[in-house]
Design a protein around this ligand. Structure first.
Ligand code: IMP
Ligand code: MG
Length: 333
């Protein structure tokens, strides 16, 4: 039985939602718990014909036996939280901590204009201004909001007692390593640390209780909003490669570049990765679409994976080959 932390290795949008929803169904954790910034995150999950776009709840909600929880470090938009519980049929199993911060209208207003919007390209979700208010000790917390009272639980307690009982716990990060306020391309970053240690602090999980850290890389790099992106492709080349994507939360076009080994190496170090997940292999190698067995991959695709393992010295255990949760090669154990 294992505690597994899943984080993004580049600039967010690596496909964490798909990896986490697969693990939530496959490993049957009793608790799926989210750390990270707030509703600036957007995870897309495809289950059969259904496509879910999640901003607040953990992407693991597809497993109906798991408690889906949000740790105290995260800031909440109560409207988004309550709507997702209804939309995703998570009533009775979705909880947040009494110390989750609350995004108010004033935070949304501050985030939708001025420097944050124009220079940093923020998502406009109020996440950064709410975290600023928390640092000023003026932010309301979940325990102050009546409409949230029936959803409150002691998230660190639930997480740690599940681990003590030897149950599987899945910890979900948001954004990506180079959007971290500490380790990213400041000032073009989000409003918190989003590396594995930061995500664990958000949910009250101490470093000795983490078994596996999975860093998720997409087969190419994308970045939404402003900030540096080495070897950025122009939009014609991005489209030609089939790498043109649009943001889940903002709908903005994502900028794209080749897989970046320098960034990836640093992400492995900063997160103390024990495993790598590679997503969208089918976008690079269309012949690999929907494959579930490593042996069925083309030799080009295999050398792409092998090169990543050789250069980063961490095993690639999960490989995404399509948008649906079961379009995956699972090489663990
Ligand atoms: P903020 O977190 O909304 O303030 O946005 C700061 C920067 O991080 C902007 O460049 C956003 O586009 C980016 N960002 C924030 N959250 C995400 C995410 O979940 N995926 C990708 N980019 C994000
Ligand atoms: Mg996203």
């Amino acid at each position: 039985m294992t505690s597994t932390v899943v984080v993004g290795g580049f600039f967010g949008d690596e496909g964490k939602g798909k990896i986490i929803s697969y693990l939530a169904v496959k490993d049957n954790p009793t608790v799926v718990v989210r750390g990270g910034a707030g509703p600036n995150a957007g995870h897309t999950i495809k289950d059969g014909d259904k496509v879910y776009k999640v901003r607040m709840l953990p992407s693991g909600f597809l497993n109906k036996n798991a408690k889906v929880m949000i740790g105290p470090g995260v800031v909440i938009n109560p409207d988004v939280f309550l709507k997702e519980i209804t939309d995703f049929d998570a009533s009775g199993r979705a909880f947040l901590d009494k110390h989750c911060g609350i995004i108010e209208q004033s935070h949304l207003n501050q985030d939708s204009k001025g420097e944050l919007k124009e220079k940093i390209g923020s998502t406009g979700s109020g996440t950064g201004p709410a975290n600023a208010s928390r640092a000023m000790r003026t932010l309301k917390l979940a325990k102050d909001i009546d409409s949230l009272s029936s959803y409150i639980d002691d998230v660190p307690q639930v997480v740690n007692s599940a681990i003590e009982k030897n149950e599987n716990v899945l910890v979900e990060g948001t954004q990506g390593t180079f959007l971290s306020l500490w380790h990213g391309t400041y000032p073009f970053v989000t409003s918190k640390d989003v590396t594995a240690s930061g995500i664990c602090a958000d949910i009250g999980l101490g470093p000795k209780n983490v078994d596996e850290v999975i860093v998720v890389f997409k087969s190419y790099v994308t970045r939404v909003g402003t900030g540096p992106l080495s070897n950025e492709l122009n939009s014609a080349d991005t489209t030609e490669k089939g790498w043109a994507e649009f943001g889940t939360v903002t709908g903005r076009p994502r900028r794209a570049a080749e897989f970046d080994f320098e960034l990836a190496k640093r992400a492995i170090m900063l997160n103390s990765a024990t495993q790598i997940a590679i997503t969208k292999l089918d976008v690079r190698f269309t012949e690999c679409a929907g494959k579930t067995n490593y042996d069925e991959l083309s030799s080009e695709a295999k050398s792409f994976i092998k090169n990543i393992e050789d250069k980063l010295k961490v095993p690639v255990t999960l490989i995404g080959t399509g948008p649906a949760i079961n379009d995956i090669i699972d090489r663990r154990k």
